[in-house]
Design a protein around this ligand. Structure first.
Ligand SMILES: CC(C)(COP(=O)(O)OP(=O)(O)OC[C@H]1O[C@@H](n2cnc3c(N)ncnc32)[C@H](O)[C@@H]1OP(=O)(O)O)[C@@H](O)C(=O)NCCC(=O)NCCS
Length: 156
């Protein structure tokens, strides 16, 4: 599979929000992403694949986060269902952490459903550890939340 990791642009927003909705993730939405794209503290990436038919590309994965001083606060990472388990999220997260380090990241934080074993594996593989627990934090379907932290000095 050949894909490209790119900075998110306004032209991607519709597809980004649609992918977040497909994955039942909360989203900044159209207006929120337009604002975030103007913010130098945002880290917004997409993975795209070329569509052979009309020489355009399709968004197949997204990453969104912002730097707050030296902490990367990760909002979302999502991969379209038919592109999962091919290493795409691993590459996207590695690129995002590299970009965050260039912006002075010392730590990263995120919240994840306790039953989301794919996401937990992804984050643990990148050095995140479970640092907190919120019982019944999520609804539809109900789930607990885990707060995960990455100490950048422990990340290669
Ligand atoms: C979580 C998600 C982003 C992973 O994307 P992906 O491209 O399939 O992940 P990768 O192929 O890079 O795999 C990452 C790791 O997770 C594991 N993994 C991926 N999907 C898995 C699954 N369904 N079950 C168990 N492990 C899984 C892989 O084996 C890999 O582990 P390894 O490095 O030890 O081999 C994807 O499943 C997704 O978009 N889910 C819906 C949105 C979501 O839950 N986002 C996270 C919000 S916090």
């Amino acid at each position: 599979m050949s894909f490209e990791i790119e900075q998110m642009q306004e032209t991607h927003i519709l597809a980004v929000v649609a992918l977040e909705q497909e994955c039942h993730l909360s989203s900044l939405g159209d207006i929120g992403y337009r604002k975030a794209l103007q913010d130098p503290n945002s880290i917004l990436l997409v993975a795209t694949v070329e569509l052979p038919v009309c020489s355009s590309s399709e968004v197949v994965a997204i990453f969104s986060a912002q730097m707050v001083i030296d902490e990367l606060q990760i909002d979302n990472i999502a991969v379209a269902e038919s592109y999962r388990q091919k290493g795409l999220a691993t590459i996207l997260l590695a690129e995002a952490l590299k970009a965050a380090k260039k912006k002075g990241m010392n730590s990263a934080v995120l919240e994840v459903r306790a039953k989301n074993s794919a996401a937990l594996k992804l984050y643990k593989r990148h050095g995140f550890i479970v640092a907190g627990y919120r019982k019944n934090y999520y609804h539809n379907p109900p789930d607990d939340a885990l707060t995960m932290l990455l100490n950048s000095s422990k990340h290669a």
